[in-house]
Write a protein of this length. Structure first.
Length: 567
């Protein structure tokens, strides 16, 4: 697909007549390669495993007190958080040393961007220089406290480490410690490292995507981000938009779009979680399958008009087209699973129409686990000097905690084999992917007849019923879900640790998104794909070639549950 094909955007002439600087607060052309992630233009190479973000790590982003309180309440209580040491620990001393390098990188905005140093990038937001100065001061204070603890000899006490984690700013890596502390602290470097190791073992660690993106996004930088499924990309735009939003009655300042109704509903719930101490901020979700008049009523009333809208492109475009929604005050434009929306011509046209209805000067953020070379320039047409984060080595896109297998069988053997797997495997929750709504309905019916607690989610179900079933599965009232690709992207249900491709997808990208429903955020999981035709075999070969990984055949004697079940 050509980058220029059917792409509607602001003309160069329109952009040249703009007096204000771009909403992006930083040029991302200088960056660094970081573990599995590449910040465009990087020159450093550090590898390691990434685990969940710890709530205390957010404090150095200078977030609003209401946000910090909500984050602390939630605690990012993802299953992986309590098991951080599983992925950080190794019996090899060399491996331990390598794993100590996996912290984070915070990019500073480029001086080349023509932004008035005293200008606030958001109403009510502190000027950029003030924010940078405060971050620097906070970092110095925290490092001083860590060093003082090293002097007092408390670095081996876990209790002391836990207390220090509350004021600890994660730094790039231990090799930079000397320059950050200064020469006078150099002799203490060896003594402080055990403390850092202790803090890491407690899970006080930020996901690299969040650590790189959040500071820059708060400053107004445009962001184009690719990262593995389940590494917390949603938290980047949810927290940064809540941090920046200044609610004005009757005005929408943040737009978030995604390709499915279930994902929109999920994102809206994330906003609800983190804005619970921000009662003045209103969030609403709009998607097809429900009466548009209900949405119009919400938008007409200033008391219910949302400041943050999460929506699917079709419904949002209809609201804009019918003049129920005016976007003249929109300041942030977010696309989740952006490649899916910009790759499909109908959905891209809706996105473009909505984009044109917003002001020229705004922040644009786009996220996905898969960003091909072809779709990247399309995304960048919507942006100005974005911070770009890519996984340039696609072999690193697969989740490190996910065991993958295939089973070769005839089509008529699938039902029997599926029953055997569900009987013999231990799992918390399982998602089973099929290729059509009819097959989803029939397979769900068959499973329930066999006394398996199953539900089906697909486009053939009414919207109200789809959301009801999604909530049932999310709340662990059902353990088995049969789904089409409407559940293949973005859906985050933390208890899923088994994904079965009853029907193999037609391409490697879809496979990656499907199996990414298991093993999220560093947890363990297993995926099993049924291969029943020559076409399936070709898809499997393309998956192995794309990710340079061998997908082994499922062992005849089964697999050890410890390989995919948390300890």
């Amino acid at each position: 697909m050509s980058a220029e094909e059917d792409l509607i955007d602001y003309s160069d002439e329109e952009l040249q007549t703009t007096d204000a600087a771009p909403a992006a607060g930083a040029d991302a052309n200088g960056g660094a390669k970081k573990g599995d992630l590449t910040v465009s233009g990087g020159n450093a190479d550090k590898k390691g495993s990434y685990v969940g973000i710890h709530s205390t790590g957010f404090r150095d982003f200078l977030l609003k007190p209401e946000l910090l309180r909500a984050i602390t309440d939630c605690g990012f209580e993802h299953p992986s958080e309590g098991h951080a040491s599983v992925h950080l620990a190794s019996k090899s001393k060399n491996k331990k040393k390598e794993n100590m390098r996996i912290n984070t990188l915070v990019l500073q905005p480029s001086k080349e961007v023509a932004v008035d140093p005293g200008m606030s990038l958001w109403p009510g937001c502190k000027p950029k220089q003030v924010i940078q100065r405060e971050i620097s001061t906070r970092a110095s204070e925290n490092l001083e406290k860590v060093v003082q603890s090293g002097r007092s000899g408390n670095m081996h006490e876990k209790g002391g480490a836990k207390r220090l984690s509350r004021i600890w700013l994660v730094i790039d890596n231990f090799e930079m410690l000397q320059s950050m502390l200064g020469q006078r602290y150099t002799p203490l470097k060896a003594n402080v490292v055990p403390l850092f190791r202790c803090i890491l073992s407690l899970g006080s660690m930020l996901c690299c995507v969040q650590q790189v993106c959040i500071p820059q996004a708060i400053l107004g930088t445009d962001v184009l981000c690719q990262a593995k499924s389940g590494l917390g990309k949603t938290a980047v735009f949810v927290l940064t938009t809540l941090q920046q939003v200044e609610p004005v009655a009757g005005e929408t300042s943040v737009l978030v779009m995604c390709h499915t109704r279930e994902l929109a509903y999920q994102i809206k719930n994330e906003y609800a979680r983190f804005s619970k101490y921000m009662p003045d901020v209103k969030t609403a979700v709009f998607y097809g399958g429900t009466p548009i008049q209900k949405d119009a009523e919400i938008l007409k009333n200033k008391d219910t008009h949302p400041h943050i809208i999460v929506a699917t492109p079709g419904r949002l475009n209809a609201l804009v087209r019918d003049k129920f929604l005016r976007l003249g005050s929109c300041k942030v434009f977010v696309l989740d699973e952006c490649d899916k929306m910009l790759d499909q011509i109908d959905m891209r046209r809706d996105v473009q129409e909505i984009f044109r209805a917003t002001p020229t000067q705004k922040q644009v953020m786009m996220f996905s686990a898969t960003l091909s070379q072809e779709v990247r320039p399309i995304c960048k047409k919507f942006m100005q000097n974005p911070l770009e984060i890519y996984v340039d080595d696609e072999t690193k896109l697969t989740l490190h905690g996910l065991a993958q297998y295939y089973i070769k069988l005839d089509e008529k053997e699938k039902n029997r084999k599926l029953n055997e797997l569900l009987d013999e495997l231990q799992f918390n929750q399982v998602i089973i992917f099929v290729k059509s709504t009819l097959r989803a309905t029939e397979l769900d019916k068959l499973l329930r007849e066999c006394n398996f607690p199953s539900i089906a989610v697909h486009s053939g179900v009414s919207q109200e019923e789809r959301i009801k079933r999604y909530k049932e599965f999310k709340e662990f009232n059902k353990r088995i879900c049969v789904a089409t690709d409407v559940f293949g992207r973005g859906i985050d249900i933390e208890r899923i640790n088994l994904a079965i491709n009853y029907d193999l997808p037609t391409d490697a990208d879809s496979y990656l998104h499907r199996v990414g429903r298991a093993g999220r955020f560093g947890t363990k999981g297993v995926s099993i794909s049924f291969v029943s035709s020559e076409a399936d075999q070709e898809v499997l070969k393309s998956i192995e070639k794309r990710f340079e990984a061998s997908v082994p055949e499922y062992p005849a004697d089964g697999i050890d549950s410890s390989t995919y079940m948390a300890n």
